[in-house]
Design a protein around this ligand. Structure first.
Ligand code: AQP
Length: 351
């Protein structure tokens, strides 16, 4: 049975990349699938243990989910640390995954920097916890930005290794089921999760450097549009965004070698719900001086209602806390089933 899960870390302000790459994609999925949307607070402590405002940041991600239109009656919204199954399954996955797999993760290399020996063990094991976030709900689909593709592949590797190494026990307990793996059908306990990485904004780039990902941790606030920016802020950042001196091409191929132009056209396409080709058929031959004001109008009108609703929700933290608590209870019920099965498969004694 299909099930969707995605999560966002409560570390710093949400930006346009998080919105277009992830949050906005959640909405249509809840019409077709059971969905869980998580605020991954256990992930938030991997790079930095102490946060002054973890509770407020957690509420603000939940507010973004709600403001984007996620319906807590239909989808489960919760924070990760409430459901102990995430950490429990992550431990088991630490014993499934190999150290070499973790060492190859580009996010670990980027975030650990040069002083790798001094990075937390949690930062290295981050993808194992992410696999647990997904598989503790036996989720089949995960909408994410392009940067998470490698972690999703590792989630699949963990599921495949668990299914293979424990296949005899899984079958003996009658816990095996047919699992879709691309075109093939295999047998096992955990699904082989598919990432959903689609559309023109799977990797939104910095407004200051079209070769760098738009990121919460970029020192320059001008590099990103935060979901907390007001209309003037959005307009100022788009006007100051780096471009090149040429006019826009009429066809997508003309964006090659022009990362800043490609990024702004991609953002426009994603906000307008269209393709880059369609944007270029309107703006091909036009200068950035004409394109940027159109992008400002579009960004302000698309983001304005979401950010206003986020602010309104943040004025009532009690409501957000109640949503997270109720979501946590529903999530826990599913996670407990998985943990019971997994412990049986491993031969652990339980009641
Ligand atoms: N630039 C981006 N373009 C498209 N999607 C993006 N995502 C993040 N950046 C972009 C997607 O947002 C979701 C949440 O990711 P996260 O909680 O892991 O956030 P993050 O990766 O920590 O965000 P940053 O801004 O990239 O933080 P730092 O600066 O700490 O590295 C995911 O689905 C992610 O793909």
């Amino acid at each position: 049975t299909p099930r969707v899960l995605s999560g966002i870390q409560p570390t710093g302000h949400l930006h346009l990349g998080n919105y277009l790459g992830a949050i906005r994609k959640f909405l249509p999925l809840q019409d077709s699938y059971p969905c869980l949307f998580c605020v991954v607070d256990l992930h938030a402590i991997t790079a930095q243990l102490v946060h002054d405002d973890l509770a407020a940041q957690t509420r603000s991600i939940a507010a973004a989910y709600l403001a984007a239109g996620i319906d807590p009656e239909r989808s489960i919204i919760f924070n990760q640390s409430r459901v102990s199954g995430h950490a429990e399954l992550a431990w088991i996955f630490n014993c499934v995954a190999r150290i070499g797999w973790m060492n190859r993760m580009t996010q670990f290399k980027d975030k650990a920097g040069k002083d790798r020996e001094n990075a937390s063990l949690g930062l290295l094991a981050y993808p194992s916890l992410m696999a647990a976030d997904i598989l503790v709900y036996r989720a089949t689909h995960v909408p994410v930005g392009e940067d998470q593709k490698q972690h999703l592949e590792l989630t699949r590797d963990i599921a495949i290794k668990f299914n293979n190494d424990l296949s005899v026990r899984i079958e003996a307990l009658g816990l095996g089921k047919p699992i879709a793996m691309g075109e093939e059908t295999v047998h096992g306990y955990f699904p082989i999760t598919e990432p959903i990485i689609e559309g023109p904004a799977t990797r939104v780039m910095s407004l200051k450097d079209g070769t760098k990902k738009m990121s919460k941790s970029d020192a320059s606030d001008l590099s990103r549009i935060n979901l907390t920016d007001d209309s003037e802020g959005i307009a100022r950042k788009i006007k100051k965004a780096k471009t090149d001196p040429d006019s826009l091409p009429s066809e997508e191929a003309g964006l090659q070698g022009r990362p800043e132009a490609d990024n702004l056209v991609g953002i426009y396409a994603a906000l307008a719900g269209t393709s880059k080709a369609a944007v270029l058929s309107d703006f091909g031959g036009k200068q950035f001086s004409e394109f940027k004001p159109a992008l400002v109008d579009l960004a302000v009108s698309a983001l304005g209602p979401v950010t206003a609703e986020m602010r309104r929700l943040m004025d009532d933290p009690g409501h957000i806390d109640a949503v997270l608590k109720a979501g946590g209870e529903k999530a826990n019920a599913i996670a407990e089933e998985t943990m019971r099965d997994v412990k049986s498969i491993l031969g652990m004694l339980q009641d």
